[in-house]
Write a protein that binds this ligand. Sequence first.
Ligand code: CTP
Ligand code: CA
Length: 223
Amino acid sequence: LLSAFQPKLFTGKRMLITAGPTQETIDPVRVITNHSSGKMGYSLARAAIEMGAEVTLVSGPVALQAPAGANTIHVTSAQEMLAAVEAHLKDQDIFISVAAVADYRPIQVSQHKIKKNTAPLTLTLEATPDILATIASRDDAPFCVGFAAESENMLQYAEEKRRRKRLPLIAANIASEALGRDQSSLVLLDDEGIHPLPQAPKLTLARGLLQHVAAMLDKSQAA
Ligand code: CTP
Ligand code: CA
């Protein structure tokens, strides 16, 4: 196994990772959700463990096996994901928010199944909490890393998100090239500029991203 050869850059470090989609209930049989296989977040959890980190993985509903060695917590909604992240935030060194959180949820959850008819149906939605922005704005925030899946203007939108959420680092990709795939590419954006990680399996991208995080933490400790 290659894992034996990963440099143990995160020995003694605690890392919290969110992964997968969230689901927001409409009625007993229907949900609002996002496309997300969870592969990128689970690959990051696996790579972090290989590199010596103690990993807590907060996962939305995915069809993947929990990574060996991670403390995996399963959640469904954005609200539950935020609560699980907050409950496990103490003593975390790094938070990587990979989850494709549903941005809106129905204001009212219907107790019973909404019966269909041919007329258009209007649902009123409210914003869900922004988990990453909430954590990154805390006084005791760990080193926070975001993801940005964009369909256009990737670098501009990702950099705007990085600044708006006050993140030292964000990883951007084009949604159609990443979602559900085993391979992808990433562009890392930080205060120094942009760092492309070329097309590769998600586990390889995860290792590259974590090496970049380790280098940034090293630098901030030296300063
Ligand atoms: N994120 C989050 N909670 C949310 C929405 C997003 O924690 N309710 C996190 C994602 O995990 C990701 C980052 O914020 O790390 C950016 O998510 P993205 O959906 O690309 O950006 P949004 O800020 O939601 O903006 P938009 O969807 O309009 O592009
Ligand atoms: Ca969003």
